[in-house]
Design a protein around this ligand. Structure first.
Ligand code: NDP
Length: 696
C-alpha cells in the first residue's frame, strides 16, 4: 500500500510540473492576457478539468507557476551562497544568480515580465514577489553587515537590489543590443565595489564587539531593531565559545509582537483550512530542504551530536508541520439533530493569539510541535525559545515567511523568564503552551490564571522502564540506552528508573555496561560521536552534583560517573554516560529529574510490587515495559500512571500519537488529533425551523 501511495504522489508531482511548464510555454508564446486554460491544457495534452484538481482555478495555477519560477531562482541562489565563504563573495553570488544568462533568455524573461506586470493587481502574486524581494534583501543585508557599517547595510542592500532589478528590466526591454548578462553583471559588480569603497567602516554600531552575528526578534514577518535592546550571548557548549549576540525582547517588543500576531491572525483565521494546509506544507518542505544547515546550527547551539540532529530534530519538526497541514482542512464542528423543527451545529474556532515557550533540549522541534497545531487551527503564535538555545527558532520564522505564511502569524521574541512572563500575563494572548520544568509550569499556570488563558504544559518526568525476565534482553538493553543517553540524557520522557526483574538482573547489567563502554563521547559535529556536550556549564555542574549525591547515598557506579576532559573536550561540558546499580527509591538520584546521562537500575521481584514502586512518584510523563508476554504488557501499561507509554520500545514519538504527561508532568497533549482540542474553542449554534412560542 505504502509503495502505491508514494508512486501516486510522484505521478501527481510530475503531472503538476508538466502543467506548470505548459503554462510557462503558453505565456511565453501568447502573453498573459491571451493565455487560456484550454490553450495550456492542449499543450499539456490533458483535459482542462484537471486544473481544478491540481490548482483550484486559473489564479491558483498562475500562482503555482510563479512560485515554481521563484523557487528555481531560490534554489540556485542557495546553492551559490553555500559555496561562497566570504561576505563579498556572497554578494557576488546574489548578483550572478539573478543576472545569470538563463534569466536573460528571451522566453524566460518575457514570462517574468508578464508576472511582474500583474503584481500590483494580484495579492497572490504580490506575496510571492514580496518573498523574493525580501529574501534578496535579507541575504544582501546579512553579508553587508559583516563588511559595512550596520547603519549602512540596509540602504546599500536596497541600492544593490534596485540595480539588479533595473539592469534586468533594461536588458529585457531593450533586447541584446544594449546589455547582455555578462555586461549587466559587470555593471552591478562595479556598483557594489563603489558603494563599499565609500562606506564608513568605523561605525560604532557595526556588529557586536566580538564580531558575532546579532540575532534580533522576528516580528510581523521580519527582524526588528530593538528599542535600546539589552543583549545576551549564546554559546557553544562543546567549546565554551560565543556563537551570537541576541537582543532581548522587552515590553515594547512584546507589545509589537502581540499587535502583529493579532493582525496576522485576522488574515490567517479567515483562510480555509485547505489554504493554510497548503502553505504549511511548504514550510515542512523548506525545513527538509535545509535539514543539514539547521541540524548543524542546532548542534552548535545545544551540544547534541550531529548524528542525532541530522535525523531527528529538524525532521520531527517537519513531520509535525506536515501532519497538521494535512489535518487543517478536516477541522470541523458537528451537526446535532434536534427533531423536526430545529437542529444545532458546532463551529470549531481558533483561540486567537497563542504563545509558545520552549525548553532548551529540542529547540527547533519544540517550536514546530507548538506552531503546527496552533497554525493549523487558524491561530497566530508568538514563540519564546529558551535563552540557552535561541538560534533555530528564528530560522523557522524566516522559513515561515518564505513559505508564504502571512506576516505576524509566527513571531519569535527572545529573552529570559521575564520575557516569558510578559507573554503569560498579556491580556491579548489567549493560550500558553509551555515546555519546561514542573516549577515553571506552576508559575506559568498561576500567571495565566489572571486572564484565564488556556494552558498546555509539557513538563518534567522521572519515568520508569520495566524489564520482565521473559523479555529479549538485547532489545531491553537497547531500550534502556535509548531511554537514557539520547541527547546526553536531556530528554523529558527518559526512562531513568530502570526496573529489572531479579532473575535477569546480572545478565542485563553485564550487557548494558558493555554497550555503554562502547559509546563514543566527543565533538558533537563529528558524525561518529554518540554523546555530545550538556547544554551549559551550570547544567553540567548540576548533573555532576547528582552523581556525587548518588555515590554518597550508597548507589554503585557501574560505568561512567565523571566529567570528560580529554583533549579539546576540556573546554566544553561533557559528562560520561553513567549507570548507577544497587539503587533504592529513597535516593535522590531515583526520585528527582536529573536531565543528564544518568540511569538508575533497580531490581524487583513481581508485577504488583514493581507497579507500586513505578507509580510512587509525583511525575507521570512516560513509562515503558519490555516483555514477550503481550497480555502482561498491556495489563501493566494500563496500570502505569503515565501519559505516554511504550511496549517493547522506548522514546519513539510519531507525530500521529498524542504526547504529554499525567500527574505533575503536565496538562493537555501535543501531536495527534488530540492537539486540535487544545488550540480551538467550540461555538454551539441552535437553529430554529418553526414558529417561536413565548408564554407572555
Ligand atoms: P525551564 O522551566 O527552566 O524553562 C522553560 C522555558 O520557560 C524557558 O524558555 C524559560 O526561559 C521559560 N520560563 C522560565 N520561567 C518562566 C516564567 N516564570 N514565566 C514564563 N516563562 C518562564 O526548563 P528548561 O529550559 O530548563 O528545560 C528543561 C525542563 O523541560 C525539564 O524539566 C524537562 O523535563 C522539561 N521538558 C519537558 C518536555 C515535555 O514535553 N514534557 C520536553 C522537553 C523538556 P529561560 O530560557 O530564560 O529559562
Amino acid at each position: 500500500m505504502a509503495d502505491i501511495a508514494i508512486d501516486h504522489r510522484d505521478a501527481e508531482d510530475i503531472r503538476r510540473r508538466q502543467l506548470i511548464q505548459a503554462t510557462i510555454e503558453s505565456i511565453a508564446d501568447v502573453g498573459f492576457a491571451a493565455c487560456t486554460l484550454s490553450d495550456i491544457a492542449k499543450r499539456a495534452g490533458v483535459s482542462p478539468g484537471l486544473f481544478a484538481h491540481y490548482f483550484g482555478d486559473k489564479d491558483g495555477l498562475l500562482e503555482a507557476t510563479l512560485r515554481s519560477m521563484a523557487a528555481r531562482l531560490g534554489r540556485a541562489a542557495a546553492a551559490r551562497l553555500r559555496a561562497a565563504r566570504l561576505p563579498r563573495e556572497r554578494i557576488q553570488a546574489i548578483i550572478d544568480v539573478n543576472l545569470a544568462s538563463e534569466e536573460f533568455d528571451r522566453r524566460t524573461s518575457s514570462v517574468w515580465l508578464a508576472f511582474w506586470g500583474q503584481v500590483i493587481h494580484s495579492a497572490r502574486f504580490k506575496r510571492v514577489q514580496n518573498i523574493y524581494q525580501r529574501r534578496m534583501l535579507s541575504n544582501l543585508r546579512h553579508a553587508l553587515k559583516q563588511i559595512a557599517p550596520r547603519s549602512e547595510a540596509e540602504p546599500i542592500a536596497i541600492g544593490i537590489s534596485a540595480m539588479i532589478d533595473g539592469l534586468w528590466l533594461r536588458a529585457t526591454l531593450s533586447g541584446d543590443f544594449e546589455l547582455d548578462s555578462a555586461r549587466a553583471r559587470a555593471l552591478a559588480t562595479a556598483y557594489v565595489d563603489m558603494q563599499l569603497q565609500y562606506a564608513d567602516r568605523t561605525d560604532p554600531m557595526a556588529e557586536s564587539p566580538a564580531g558575532l552575528p546579532r540575532i534580533r526578534n522576528h516580528i510581523g514577518g521580519r527582524f526588528r531593531d530593538g528599542h535600546n535592546p539589552k543583549t545576551f550571548l549564546s554559546t557553544n557548549p562543546a567549546t565554551g565559545e560565543p556563537l551570537a549576540e541576541v537582543e532581548i525582547a522587552g515590553e515594547a517588543e512584546v507589545e509589537q509582537a502581540v499587535a502583529a500576531a493579532r493582525a496576522g491572525q485576522e488574515v490567517w483565521g479567515r483562510m480555509t483550512g485547505a489554504e493554510r494546509g497548503r502553505i504549511m506544507k511548504r514550510v515542512a518542505d523548506l525545513l527538509r530542504e535545509r535539514n543539514d544547515e539547521l541540524a548543524r546550527l542546532e548542534t552548535l547551539d545545544t551540544g547534541k551530536p550531529i548524528q542525532e540532529t541530522l535525523v531527528v530534530d529538524v525532521i520531527s519538526g517537519a513531520d509535525c508541520i506536515e501532519y497538521f497541514a494535512g489535518l487543517a482542512a478536516t477541522i470541523a464542528g458537528e451537526h446535532v439533530d434536534l427533531g423536526p423543527t430545529a437542529f444545532g451545529y458546532t463551529r470549531r474556532e481558533p483561540l486567537g493569539v497563542a504563545a509558545g515557550i520552549g525548553a532548551w533540549n529540542y529547540p527547533l522541534q519544540i517550536a514546530c510541535w507548538k506552531a503546527a497545531p496552533a497554525l493549523a487551527c487558524g491561530n497566530a503564535m508568538i514563540f519564546k525559545p529558551a535563552e540557552l538555545t535561541p538560534l533555530t527558532a528564528v530560522k523557522l520564522a524566516e522559513i515561515m515567511t518564505e513559505a508564504g505564511v502571512p506576516d505576524g502569524v509566527f513571531n519569535v521574541v527572545q529573552g529570559f523568564a521575564e520575557t516569558g512572563r510578559m507573554l503569560t500575563r498579556h491580556p491579548g494572548i489567549a493560550k500558553i503552551s509551555l515546555t519546561g520544568e514542573v516549577g515553571t509550569g506552576k508559575k506559568v499556570m498561576a500567571d495565566a490564571a489572571e486572564t484565564l488563558k488556556h494552558v498546555t504544559l509539557e513538563l518534567g518526568g522521572k519515568s520508569p522502564l520495566i524489564v520482565f525476565d521473559d523479555a529479549s534482553l538485547d532489545d531491553a538493553v537497547s531500550g534502556a540506552l535509548l531511554a537514557n543517553f539520547y541527547s546526553a540524557g536531556e530528554v523529558c520522557s527518559n526512562g531513568t528508573r530502570v526496573y529489572v526483574q531479579r532473575g535477569v538482573y546480572d545478565a542485563f547489567m553485564e550487557k548494558l555496561v558493555a554497550r555503554v563502554r562502547r559509546m563514543r563521547i566527543g565533538d558533537p559535529l563529528d558524525p561518529e560521536t554518540h554523546v555530545g556536550a550538556l547544554v551549559s556549564e551550570a547544567h553540567m555542574n548540576k548533573v555532576l552534583g547528582y552523581i556525587e549525591q548518588g555515590k554518597a547515598e550508597g548507589a554503585e557506579i557501574a560505568v561512567g560517573g565523571s566529567r570528560v576532559t580529554d583533549g579539546a573536550l576540556a573546554k566544553g561540558f561533557f559528562v560520561a554516560p553513567t549507570v548507577f546499580a544497587a539503587c533504592s527509591e529513597e535516593m535522590r538520584v531515583v526520585r528527582e529529574e536529573i536531565f543528564g546521562p544518568v540511569m538508575a537500575v533497580l531490581a524487583f521481584d513481581d508485577e504488583d510490587e514493581v507497579l507500586r514502586r513505578a507509580n510512587d512518584t509525583p511525575y507521570g510523563l512516560a513509562a515503558g515495559v519490555f516483555t514477550r508476554d503481550l497480555a502482561r504488557g498491556h495489563r501493566v501499561i494500563a496500570r502505569l500512571e503515565a501519559g505516554t507509554c511504550w511496549i517493547n520500545h522506548y522514546n519513539v514519538t510519531p507525530i500521529e500519537l498524542p504526547f504529554g504527561g499525567a500527574k505533575l508532568s503536565g496538562l493537555g497533549r501535543e501531536n495527534g488529533k488530540a492537539a486540535i482540542e487544545h488550540y480551538t474553542q467550540l461555538k454551539s449554534v441552535y437553529v430554529n425551523l418553526g414558529p417561536v412560542d413565548a408564554p407572555y
